[in-house]
Design a protein around this ligand. Structure first.
Ligand code: AMP
Ligand code: MG
Length: 472
């Protein structure tokens, strides 16, 4: 059977200065590691045999209908503006339109482009396995995200700090790869025609009901508030919330140094390059406000009256803090069993989180253990929990079905860092079974799976992952 991808490539029809049209690089010996048949079916993709899919998802053979290109964008990286970034190791093969939605099919690790700067355009197996696991887990957790369609090994080494490592390519699927940084690219060059074309394209693709830039900012802000709240509620730390990694679609993209909390602490940072904790767990809610302010700035030239624009945009940005707090309160209320949280519940939630931080409690296991009354065992000093529990039980008395609320809000399984590392180490040694098992269990993260209780266990001291790396 021959693979069929029903391409319909709209980004490729934008003006030339939006991208560089070019094919992915070829690789010597591609082999299919995994293909996501469920996702393929949703996209109307008919799979082929493994050899053919390895050729296509490594970039060696272009499928019919592809119009490959590398996108250009800009972005604030750790607060500093880079006027030109772009797909330095990615290639957009094209898009498929399915069920009223449109999805990018992009290869990542597909060779150098004009935007590669000092990079080699390649990926090694580790980040490919990591992104596959974490993006699919995020989807199953109910967090808007890019997906993983395929992983292929290339048969060629790439060279990183650790030495020679096996190369790989990930195929990712996203509602689009339009970033805040894409708007910044055109705004910074004062390319008004480009900015207008991008704006029109974004509305058609993501916000058909939006009528002006103020409404667009409002709509994107709402999606980002929803997204960051979900990150916080599952203990996710993105690690590089640069404006070039903040999407207009409101999906999570770019799983580089991301990680999940084990022990709860609001200041947790894993990324090796985030030395000042700009993208620490709890700071993500502040950073998204900053990123949206940069987006607003890029939209100003589109407004007929720029003073009015600044006033309207400022109002939206200033409203973000209280909205984020309200969304956060609601989400964390659910985690302790409150279907409809009231402002007075804030102290109760904060009281638990403070005790968790002091008691070195595991984020995921503590919340889940509230359901079966085992949570006190998660604290270094269980009596700290007892002093909170009485107030909590009193508040729960007026709730109808707190256990159902908690079961839906508190996953049993997350992709724990040490398990992801274990899957990568096994894959490098040629054994993909650890990866496959992790994917299978994480596809049902809210379901108790007694056979997989080992995947609930927090890391032993020797297993704790201290740092994660962009290390593509
Ligand atoms: P990220 O941290 O994934 O957002 O990437 C930041 C920028 O660095 C993007 O423009 C990437 O395309 C580029 N980049 C990252 N890794 C590589 C690589 N191995 N080769 C070329 N460019 C890269
Ligand atoms: Mg990026």
């Amino acid at each position: 059977m021959t693979i069929t991808i029903p391409f319909d490539n709209s980004y490729a029809r934008l003006p030339d200065r939006f991208f560089t049209k070019m094919p992915p690089a070829t690789v010597p010996a591609p082999a299919l590691i995994r293909f996501n048949h469920t996702l393929a079916a949703e996209l109307g993709i008919v799979p082929g045999d493994p050899d053919e899919m390895a050729q296509i998802f490594s970039g060696n053979v272009l499928p019919d209908g592809a119009d490959p290109l590398a996108q250009v964008y800009a972005g604030h990286q750790f607060g500093g503006f880079s006027p030109q970034l772009g797909d330095g190791r990615a290639n957009l093969l094209g898009e498929v339109a399915q069920g009223g939605a449109r999805y990018d099919i992009q290869l990542k690790g597909s060779g150098p482009t004009p935007y590669s700067r000092m990079g080699d355009g390649r990926a090694w197996l580790g980040p490919v396995i990591r992104e596959y696991i974490v993006s699919e887990a995020m989807h199953a957790l109910g967090v808007p995200t890019s997906r993983a369609l395929a992983a292929v090994s290339t048969g060629e080494n790439v060279y990183r700090e650790q030495g020679a490592l096996p190369g790989a390519v990930l195929t990712r699927v996203a509602s689009s790869h339009i970033r805040v940084g894409t708007f910044q690219f055109f705004a910074a060059r004062r390319d008004l025609d480009g900015l207008q074309a991008l704006y029109d394209y974004t509305l058609t693709r993501h916000y058909p009901h939006v009528e002006d830039p103020v409404e667009l900012l409002h709509a994107v802000v709402e999606r980002q508030i929803g997204l960051i709240t979900k990150w916080m509620s599952v203990g996710f730390i993105h690690g590089v919330m640069n404006t070039d990694n903040t999407t207009l679609s409101g999906e999570t993209i770019d799983y580089g140094p991301c990680a999940f909390l084990d022990v709860y602490h609001p200041d947790t940072v894993f990324s090796s390059i985030d030395t000042h904790g700009r993208y620490a767990y709890a700071n993500q809610a502040n950073v998204i406000v900053w990123n949206m302010a940069q987006f607003a700035t890029a939209l100003v030239p589109l407004m007929p009256d720029q003073e009015d624009a600044v006033e309207a945009f400022t109002r939206i940005i200033h409203a973000m803090g209280p909205k984020l707090e309200a969304a956060w309160l609601h989400a964390f209320g659910k985690k302790i069993g409150l279907a409809d949280t009231k402002a007075e519940d804030l102290d109760l939630i904060i009281g638990l989180l403070q005790r968790m931080a002091e008691g070195r409690a595991d984020f995921t296991n503590t919340f889940r253990a509230l359901i079966d009354g085992q949570a006190r065992d998660q604290f270094l000093d269980p009596t700290a929990f007892d002093s909170w529990e009485a107030d909590w039980r009193a508040r729960l008395a007026s709730e109808e079905a707190p256990n159902d609320v908690m079961k839906a809000a508190n996953p049993v399984f997350i992709p724990r860092n040490h398990r992801v590392e274990e899957a990568i180490a096994a894959a490098v040694a040629g054994d993909y079974s650890v990866f496959e098992r992790l994917l299978d269990v994480l596809s049902r993260p809210y379901t108790d799976q007694p056979d997989a209780s080992d995947l609930r266990r927090p890391p032993e001291p020797a297993e704790v992952v201290q740092q994660t790396f962009c290390g593509t």
